[in-house]
Design a protein around this ligand. Structure first.
Ligand SMILES: C[S@@+](CC[C@H](N)C(=O)[O-])C[C@H]1O[C@@H](n2cnc3c(N)ncnc32)[C@H](O)[C@@H]1O
Length: 387
C-alpha cells in the first residue's frame, strides 16, 4: 500500500491467528498485538479483497486487559503475540475462538468449551524450543519477518534452555537448532547434533554434556522423548493434556492411537489393554517399542485405514500434525469405534475435519481446551465425538 496516512481504530475482538479486529467504514482491519478495547493509530500494510492488514503505530487508549511487557521484545517477537494481555483474558479469548470456529463449521452448533490451564506454569514452560540462526544471532524471528530478535529475557522458555542458547552464541554457533530439555533432570538434547564438540556449564556452573545423537532420548513420565522426533512444546503442561486424555479413556480396553509419536498418550496404560499406535516416524516408534509390549508400528494413513476398517475399537484417538487429518477422514468416517478423540493445536483445520465427520453422523459430545501455549494465541483442543 502506498498510503501512509495513520488511521484511528477501536479493536472489537480477536480472530484466528490472534489478530485484533477493528472496522473502518465497515472494512475489516486485522492488527497484530492489538487487543479488545484498544483504541490505536494504525498504518495499513496490505489490502486484500475484503480486509486490510495493518500495524500499530501508537496506542491512544489502552485495552483494560493490557499489562506491562515482561520481556522487552513483546510486541516485536513472533513467539508471544499475547504476552501483553492479561492471562485470564487470554483464556477467555481462547475459549471464544474454539467455540466460534466450531459454530461456524457445524452450522450454528453451540458448544461450551471448558478450558484447563495452569496459572503457576504460565512462564518458562517451554521445554522444547527451535531457535533460528542467521550466522550472527540465535533467537526467534521478529513477528512476520526473518529478522532475529534478542531472546535473552524470554519469559516462556525454560531457563536452562536459555543458558544453552547463550553458550552456543558465545561459541559463535548461530545456526538453526532445536533444544529439548528434561525439566526434572536438566538433560539436554540438541538437534541437529552439529555441536557435539562443545561442553557447557549450566547456571550452577556444573558441566553439562550435550546429548547430541539423532536417536538419543530421555524418559519423561515413562515416555521416551526422542531427539529429532516430535515432542510437545512443554513437557510440564503436557501432563495436564495427558491427564485429561487419560480420564476420557479410563474404561476403554481397545484403543487405536493414531499419529502416536513415541507413545505420549498410551505408552504407560496398564498392560491388560489392547493398544495399537501408528506413526510415520520410524525412530519415535523404535524407541516407543523399547518401553512397551503394545503394538506400536510405523505407518501412514494407509496403514491406519486397515485398523479402522478391520477392528472394533472403544476409542480411536488421533493427534495429527497442524495440517490436520484430511487424508484420514474418509476412513475415520467409517471407523468401527464407540468414540473418536481428536486432539489438535490447530483449531481451524481440526474444525474442517470435524465438519466432515459430522456428515457421517459423528457428533460432538464434549470439547476441552488445554492451554499448552500461554501468552500466544494457540490452544490445544480435545474433542470427543460419538455416534
Ligand atoms: C502433533 S504430533 C503428535 C505426536 C504424539 N501424539 C504426541 O503427543 O507426542 C503428530 C505426529 O504425526 C506424525 N505424522 C505426521 N504425518 C504423518 C502421516 N502421514 N502418517 C502418520 N504419522 C504422521 C508425526 O511423526 C508426529 O509424531
Amino acid at each position: 500500500m502506498t498510503e501512509n496516512k495513520l488511521l484511528e481504530i477501536k479493536i472489537e475482538k480477536v480472530v484466528n491467528g490472534g489478530y485484533g479486529l477493528g472496522k473502518i467504514d465497515g472494512l475489516v482491519h486485522l492488527i497484530p498485538f492489538a487487543f479488545p478495547g484498544d483504541v490505536v493509530l494504525i498504518a495499513p500494510i496490505q489490502k486484500q479483497k475484503n480486509l486490510v492488514w495493518a500495524e500499530i503505530k501508537s496506542i491512544i487508549k489502552e485495552s483494560p486487559y493490557r499489562k506491562a511487557k515482561l520481556c522487552p521484545q513483546m510486541g516485536n517477537c513472533g513467539a508471544c503475540m499475547w504476552g501483553m494481555l492479561d492471562y485470564h483474558k487470554q483464556i477467555e479469548l481462547k475459549k471464544q475462538l474454539i467455540e466460534e470456529n466450531i459454530e461456524r463449521s457445524l452450522k450454528g452448533k453451540k458448544v461450551n468449551v471448558e478450558i484447563i490451564y495452569d496459572e503457576n506454569n504460565q512462564y518458562h514452560y517451554r521445554t522444547r524450543v527451535i531457535y533460528h540462526g542467521d550466522g550472527k544471532n540465535l533467537g526467534f524471528f521478529k513477528f512476520h519477518t526473518k529478522q532475529i530478535v534478542d531472546v535473552s529475557q524470554c519469559v516462556i522458555t525454560n531457563k536452562e534452555i536459555e543458558t544453552i542458547r547463550r553458550k552456543l552464541t558465545q561459541n559463535n554457533i548461530h545456526k538453526d537448532i532445536c533444544i529439548t530439555i528434561n525439566p526434572d533432570t536438566n538433560k539436554y538434547m540438541l538437534y541437529p547434533p552439529y555441536i557435539n564438540k562443545y561442553m557447557f556449564n549450566d547456571s550452577n556452573n556444573h558441566q553439562i554434556k550435550i546429548m547430541d545423537n539423532y536417536e538419543d532420548y530421555f524418559l519423561y513420565e515413562n515416555v521416551p522423548i526422542v531427539n529429532g522426533c516430535f515432542s510437545q512444546n512443554s513437557l510440564i503442561l503436557n501432563k495436564i493434556l495427558k491427564n485429561e486424555v487419560k480420564k476420557i479413556i479410563k474404561n476403554d480396553q481397545k484403543i487405536l492411537d493414531l499419529y502416536c509419536g513415541s507413545g505420549n498418550f498410551t505408552i504407560d496404560l496398564d498392560k491388560e489393554r489392547y493398544v495399537v499406535g501408528i506413526d510415520i516416524d520410524p525412530i519415535a516408534i523404535k524407541r516407543a517399542k523399547e518401553f512397551t509390549t503394545f503394538k506400536y508400528q510405523v505407518g501412514d494413513e494407509n496403514e491406519m485405514r486397515k485398523y479402522l476398517m478391520n477392528e472394533n475399537w472403544d476409542t480411536v484417538l488421533l493427534d495429527p500434525p497442524r495440517t490436520g487429518a484430511k487424508k484420514l477422514i474418509p476412513y475415520l468416517k467409517e471407523a468401527k469405534s464407540k468414540k473418536i478423540i481428536y486432539i489438535s493445536c490447530e483449531t481451524v483445520n481440526m474444525c474442517r475435519d470435524i465438519k466432515e465427520l459430522s456428515q457421517k453422523g459423528w457428533t460432538i459430545e464434549k470439547v476441552i481446551g488445554v492451554d499448552m501455549f500461554p501468552h500466544t494465541p494457540h490452544i490445544e483442543s480435545i474433542v470427543i465425538l460419538k455416534r
